[in-house]
Design a binder for this molecule. Structure first.
Ligand code: SF4
Length: 370
C-alpha cells in the first residue's frame, strides 16, 4: 500500500536508523582498524543506495560496496559477437533493451546489437519472452534468436514456456543466464582482498531461489547476510542488522524482505528451472569461469539452443575492453569513479564498457545519480 511505501521512504525514520548504525559500528571499526565493509550484491540495491544518498547518511564507519548484481555487465562479449553475425545472416535477434547496447569483443563497428541494427542487421528490442514467442509464431518462415540474459529472476520467463513446449520451432535461444550464489562464493574465495564484512543479498533473486540459498555465507565464511527489500528503509535496516550481528560476533542469515521472500523460495518455479536447465561451469565477462554458475538446456530442449543448432561450442574470448575496469567494478575491487574513462569516454548516452550499459550497472547508476 502507499502507506507502507511512505513509511519505507521516510527520511525521519531513515535518519534514526542511520544514527543507530553509526553508533553500533564504532566498536567494530575499532576492532578492525578500518571501516565496516558491506557489499550490496544487487544493482537495484545500488540504485536505492545511490539515489537516496544512503552513503552520505553513514559516518566514515561504513563503506558500501556495489557487487556483481548486474547480469548484462557480466554477459560474455562472445555472445554479442555471435548475435551481431546472426543478425546479418538470416536471423532476427530479439533482445531486452538492457543488452541492446552491450559491446561485443571488438572495438570495431558494429560493436553492439544497437549498431548492428543501424547498419541493417535484423535486431528487435522486446519486453518479454512472450513477445518473442508471438513474433516468431506470426512469421513461421523466418528464424529468430532470443538473447536470454539474466539472473535467477529472469530465468523463469523462458524456462516455463520451454517446459510447457510453447516455443515455436523457428525461435532459438542463446542462454546467457548466470546464477548468483556461485559468484558470491567465487568472490570470497578468490578475492579475499575485497575484505567483505557483511552482505546485502538480492531480494528479487531470493524470491525465486529462497533466502536459505545464502545460508552458506554465515556457515562457511562467517559473514552475516541480510536478504533485503529495495526501499531505503529496507536497505538501512539491513545495514543495521549486519552491523548488529558483527558487533555481537554472531554471523547469521536474516530475511528482512519476508513480505516477498520465503526461506525456500518458489519451489514450483525452481523445479521447472531445474528440469529445463542443467547447471554448468560458466564464463563471466572479464572475470573467468565460475563453477556451477551457468545454465544449459537439458537434452529434451537442446534443439532450441542456438549454439547446439549451429553446431557451435561455447567459446571464451578476451572481452575486456582496453581501459575499461568493469570486471573490477563488478567484483568490488574498484569503484566506477576509479575508472579513467568514467564520464569521459564512457557515459550513459554513449556507453563504452558493459557497466555503463545496463540500468543495473554500477557505472551507469553512479553516472545518473551522483
Ligand atoms: Fe568500464 Fe565505462 Fe565503467 Fe569505466 S566507466 S569501468 S569504461 S563501464
Amino acid at each position: 500500500s502507499s502507506e507502507l511505501v511512505n513509511l519505507l521512504r521516510s527520511r525521519e525514520y531513515g535518519l534514526k536508523i542511520a544514527n543507530e548504525v553509526n553508533k553500533e559500528s564504532e566498536n567494530i571499526v575499532k576492532r578492525l582498524g578500518r571501516p565496516v565493509r558491506i557489499m550490496n550484491f544487487c544493482g537495484t540495491h545500488e540504485w536505492t543506495i545511490t539515489h537516496y544518498g544512503i552513503r552520505s547518511l553513514m559516518s566514515h564507519n561504513i563503506e558500501l560496496i556495489p557487487g556483481p548484481g548486474c547480469p548484462v555487465c557480466i554477459t560474455p562479449g562472445y555472445y554479442v559477437d555471435l548475435l551481431i553475425d546472426l543478425s546479418f545472416n538470416n536471423y532476427t535477434v530479439l533482445t531486452y533493451g538492457d543488452a541492446y547496447k552491450l559491446p561485443g569483443t571488438s572495438g570495431k563497428k558494429p560493436r553492439s546489437l544497437f549498431q548492428a541494427a543501424s547498419m541493417g542487421g535484423r535486431v528487435k528490442v522486446i519486453y518479454s519472452f512472450t513477445d518473442a514467442v508471438k513474433i516468431a509464431t506470426e512469421k513461421p518462415s523466418e528464424k529468430f534468436v532470443f538473447f536470454a540474459v539474466g539472473f535467477e529472476t529472469t530465468i523463469p520467463a523462458t524456462a516455463i514456456p520451454i517446459f510447457y513446449r510453447k516455443v515455436p520451432d523457428n525461435l532459438y535461444v542463446l542462454i546467457a543466464y548466470r546464477y548468483t550464489p556461485p559468484v558470491m562464493k567465487y568472490l570470497l574465495i578468490n578475492h579475499p582482498e575485497v575484505e567483505i564484512d557483511g552482505i546485502i543479498a538480492p531480494g528479487h533473486v531470493s524470491a525465486i531461489i529462497g533466502s536459505e540459498s545464502w545460508r552458506f555465507l554465515p556457515e562457511e565464511f562467517r559473514i552475516p547476510v541480510v536478504v533485503s527489500g529495495f526501499e531505503p528503509i529496507d536497505v538501512l535496516t539491513s545495514i543495521f542488522l549486519i552491523v548488529k550481528m558483527l558487533n555481537e560476533g554472531k554471523p547469521n542469515l536474516v530475511n528482512e524482505y519476508s513480505r516477498v521472500v520465503k526461506p525456500e523460495g518458489s519451489t514450483f518455479v525452481k523445479e521447472i528451472m531445474n528440469r529445463v536447465h542443467e547447471n554448468v561451469d560458466s564464463y563471466w565477462r572479464g572475470i573467468g569461469v565460475i563453477p556451477g554458475s551457468g545454465a544449459k538446456l537439458r537434452d529434451p530442449y537442446k534443439r532450441l539452443d542456438i549454439l547446439t543448432h549451429l553446431g557451435l561450442e561455447e567459446k571464451i574470448v578476451e572481452d575486456k575492453l582496453p581501459g575499461c575496469i568493469c570486471d573490477k567494478v563488478v567484483l568490488g575491487l574498484a569503484k566506477p569513479v576509479d575508472c579513467p574513462l568514467f564520464m569521459k569516454a564512457c557515459k550513459p548516452q554513449s556507453p563504452y564498457g558493459p557497466c555503463m550499459v545496463s540500468s543495473e550497472g554500477a557505472c551507469r547508476i553512479w553516472a545518473e545519480n551522483i
